[in-house]
Design a protein around this ligand. Sequence first.
Ligand code: FAD
Length: 470
Amino acid sequence: MIDPIHVIGGGLAGSEAAWQIAQAGVPVILHEMRPVRGTDAHKTEGLAELVCSNSFRSDDAGANAVGLLHQEMRSLGSLIMAKGDAHQVPAGGALAVDRDGFSSAVTAALEADPLVTVERGEVAGLPPEDWTSVIVATGPLTSPALAEAILSLTGEKELAFFDAIAPIVYRESIDMDVAWFQSRYDKIGPGGNGKDYINCPMNKEQYEAFIDALIAGDKTDFKEWEANTPYFDGCLPIEVMAERGRETLRHGPMKPVGLTDPNNPLVKPHAIVQLRQDNALGTLFNMVGFQTKLKYGDQAKVLRMIPGLENAEFARLGGLHRNTYLNSPKLLDPTLRLKAMPRLRFAGQITGCEGYVESAAIGLMTGRMAAAERLGHPVEPLPGTTALGALINHITGGHIETIDEGPRSFQPMNVNFGLFPPLEIAPKSEDGKRLRGPAKTLAKKNALTDRARADLAIWLANAQMPAAAE
Ligand SMILES: Cc1cc2nc3c(=O)[nH]c(=O)nc-3n(C[C@H](O)[C@H](O)[C@H](O)COP(=O)(O)OP(=O)(O)OC[C@H]3O[C@@H](n4cnc5c(N)ncnc54)[C@H](O)[C@@H]3O)c2cc1C
């Protein structure tokens, strides 16, 4: 008799993890606290409830990172994708689902599986020691008692209850004819080279127009249960800073000191926006100190007023939400085990990914890893060129920890092409010419997804764990 694996949380990640474990032939006990205890966002007792939108986003596996993730999950026998496909509603190029039909189907499939036991009730502390393999998938609204227990293992600084997200920009969309690399006062610091930041200069006129736009911009409201969101020091939204005084930003994240614009070395910029490398691949840069609650449409418009960012493409826009998530790059090993207590694995949004699909994807891989370990199979790492591998790599190590003061730098992120290793050879047109503009962008995306499919196929052919049957 194989000892069961315990999964805590029957959301997107936990449901997928439990399914994968059972498909591998390992018994699993899925602990879901609803309806015994609710959360501030869930409304039903169904497993895999979608708490807000009913969209799994783009289903384009050729040119969209989340579409590729859908495809990879399908090829690994994902329950969430199978039931999402079965309960699809019309939504153009996106995969949107009938939320009740989807959740009921996931619940029924798990309840009908002889290897799955669904236990309703809160796990209100550290799992008992005889639970030798546990997946914690309790999501952004993890119950306070369990969150406290996790905190006792991680330390206060490594488990966040809110995210304060600064926008993240694709490096290649920054105009380096305007912006330049330089660290403030050319400081080398530990691990730097004196040219670690990208700087975008503003003259007085541009700064004043930017402040006006920030103040006028449409902001998102907190939900009632988020109203106590702490604006902790070093983490104020930029529009709140702008409202406190027109010069506040110039003395804060936009201070123009210790930097020289190589295009205009004799004139000191009135203000400077800095961007800092966000991932080891160097493809993503985050806007330092630019956490914001501006609505997405206005946010992109206002940020593109910054010289050098006129054509910026955002891997993620800023936000501030109630969220429970770990400083995973520091705390988790490459197979998502807590280094301080390896019998605990983490999955879903609590690992610092973002979104229904990404949460389910991490649940899928965590379930397979836990089952492989239970069966004595090696836990094969996924190639970082796949969407699943890129996401796991980001969570477990791809993000670069920074030494700056202020909020912790690891922030939740959707899957995006910035997490993939760049292509070794730039794609060319059929007649061998260099591509430009949208044709170049599309060809790159196609080449990245082709590479991912090829690498996943090789991995699957060598994997000891089968692509689970549907
Ligand atoms: C208000 C809100 C709106 C969102 N809107 C969107 C959106 O529109 N699109 C999108 O892609 N993502 C959205 N998200 C993010 C979304 O929550 C996650 O992407 C996804 O649901 C996370 O999956 P998960 O499995 O990690 O957590 P969840 O799906 O939240 O599942 C966690 C489960 O764990 C249970 N649980 C918690 N603590 C315990 C415990 N101690 N014992 C037992 N069970 C426990 C909960 O009841 C829950 O069922 C939203 C999040 C929030 C909070």
